[in-house]
Design a binder for this molecule. Sequence first.
Ligand code: DC
Length: 231
Amino acid sequence: MHNIIIAIDGYSSCGKSTTAKQVAAKLDYTYIDTGAMYRAVTLYFINNRISLTNPKEVARALENIVIEFRREKVGEGVTYLNGLNVEDEIRKLYVANKVSEVSAIADVRHSLVAQQRVMGAKKGVVMDGRDIGTVVFPDAHLKVFMTAEPLIRAERRQIELLAKGETATLDEILANIKKRDFIDTTRNESPLRQAADAVLIDTSYMTFDEQIGAVCLLADQAIARKIANHA
Ligand code: DC
């Protein structure tokens, strides 16, 4: 009854997914990581040597891709691509280096946006990505847009990669982040931008707990507004 759609958009490595996951757990909502979907498609394209400039090949490939989030740990969806657990593989740098190019393809976006709308239809979802508040759910009850300084985001990404045993210099990571920001904000198809009615949160100097607290407060207010409107 009081279930709402929470859209969390913003730049990479701002803490979007950590925040979204925790907010979903606190509200007992479903968390949907749309970046994981673009990463899974990218992994499929790499493994199957799909030519990104061949629309027919891309369209055929999209028909053969099934992405699921299976709940293996409490509250955490694990990404499966055609029945295989790809959760770790899609986070690697070679996938990150290609994902912006793949997610700039109109057919890829149309296919994934359609799936995301179905996933969110039941409401009670926290969805994070780049175009959730602008394209996927322009009527979301709460829209949050997260940003942080590029160097701070690179440092966070380096810690994440190290934890997974991947080493990369800060310069390499910063270059990857800046390249992705550029492609994400300048692509023709649904570029990354803040929706007019989104709340901006700069996480540069915030702890995860502060970010989660801020979004939970906004969510409580949005739920209260929904209840008041239906009273
Ligand atoms: O959130 P992430 O870093 O895992 O996202 C990976 C890439 O996917 C990112 O470079 C932009 C793209 N993406 C997108 O274009 N639209 C979304 N809704 C989510 C991610």
